[in-house]
Design a protein around this ligand. Sequence first.
Ligand SMILES: [Zn+2]
Length: 73
Amino acid sequence: MSILTTVKEVLAASSQNTNRGGGTTESEGGYWCHDCSERVLDLDVEGSEPPTCSECGDEMEFERSAGSTGCAC
Ligand SMILES: [Zn+2]
């Protein structure tokens, strides 16, 4: 019983933090190389220049995570 209470408190705390963050630390998407299926989170990219694929060296394409495609699972 006490475990359930703890889980609820943790969930509530984490959701509050997410809402309070205002999206500053939230990833908006990532850069993809479709040929190699390489992905880099936008948070991992410094500056506004698109990164290049570590496999083929091509410029990677930005895709928003909250798109119409949804989860690829
Ligand atoms: Zn590539």
